[in-house]
Design a protein around this ligand. Structure first.
Ligand SMILES: Nc1nc2c(ncn2[C@@H]2O[C@H](COP(=O)(O)OP(=O)(O)OP(=O)(O)O)[C@@H](O)[C@H]2O)c(=O)[nH]1
Length: 268
């Protein structure tokens, strides 16, 4: 746009520099007009520069904002990844913790806590079944099993062999009960079997077979052989029974089995 005026500028400069025209009113007005024009140009240039620097500033600002946004986004993604990882490991830890709190570390059978949970569940099922006249018309039955003279095993063969015998007998008894109910380590050399939907007769046949298997089993420790047997007390659910009452009947039956010479099954 300014280049269009180049010729005009030259002409005006030409007129203004002629000495005879200096005092002519038209020359004075032209000079004034020229100065106003120059002033306008300066102002426009200043405005253009201002607008350019403003635009530069905005571009710069936009760039830094977008960089900051990208940086925050990356940080957020990183934090989300870390949090996901942390949550996964926490979940895994919880599963393991839950498992270790319910499993006996030596025999890897359910521990007493888990057996109490399962028994409580079996009780609920039993009560629900009674009220709804469901398919399970038989009683819930429990069996308390205690290894006979286990102290002797420890004394004679050492505690480590005692541990190995506990593990081996745990596996053997678990196999015997498999498909009928569950077995857990109740504590020390004592185990509990829960047999839902088993009347006392069926339960005693199953427990008698378990007893015979343990009796026939021999554990080899180096060149020595460890022979064991178990005493078993059985009790079936009776009307208005509590868990404690049922367990204590099974315990009393076990006590009788012990006092009647061990290696036997007694019904409570
Ligand atoms: N090796 C080993 N021994 C255990 C464990 N828990 C309990 N025992 C042992 O089991 C033995 C139980 O002894 P007692 O209660 O006298 O019973 P018992 O010798 O089996 O005799 P009866 O039960 O009367 O037939 C003790 O010597 C305990 O130390 C265990 O985790 N490992």
């Amino acid at each position: 746009m300014k280049t269009d005026f180049t010729e005009l500028e030259k002409t005006i400069h030409g007129i203004l520099s002629v000495p005879e025209y200096q005092d002519h009113p038209a020359s004075k007005a032209l000079k004034q007009l020229w100065e106003i024009n120059q002033d306008q140009w300066d102002r426009m240039e200043r405005l253009t520069r201002l607008s350019d620097s403003y635009q530069d500033m905005m571009i710069q600002r936009e760039r830094s904002l977008s960089e900051r946004f990208d940086k925050h986004l990356r940080q957020l993604e990183k934090m989300t990844r870390i949090s996901d990882r942390y949550q996964r490991s926490l979940r895994q830890l919880n599963i393991e913790l839950e498992k270790t709190s319910l499993i006996d570390p030596l025999t890897e059978l359910p521990n007493r806590r888990m057996m109490m949970k399962r028994l409580s569940q079996a009780f609920d099922d039993q009560l629900e079944d009674e009220s709804q006249q469901g398919v399970c018309i038989e009683n819930l039955t429990v069996a308390m099993i205690d290894i006979d003279y286990f102290k002797k095993v420890n004394d004679e063969f050492g505690h480590q062999v005692g541990d190995d015998v506990l593990i081996a007998l745990g596996k053997l008894m678990e196999k015997s009960v498999d498909g009928h109910g569950i077995i857990g380590r109740w504590g020390g050399e004592e185990f509990l079997v829960i047999l839902p939907c088993h009347n006392i007769k069926d339960a005693s046949i199953l427990m008698e077979s378990l007893r015979a298997k343990v009796n026939a089993y021999s554990f080899k420790a180096d060149d020595k052989t460890v022979l064991t047997s178990v005493s078993i007390g059985i009790a079936s659910y009776q009307d208005k029974d509590t868990m404690d009452a049922l367990l204590s009947r099974a315990d009393n039956a076990l006590y009788l089995a012990k006092s009647h010479g061990r290696n036997s099954v007694i019904l409570g």
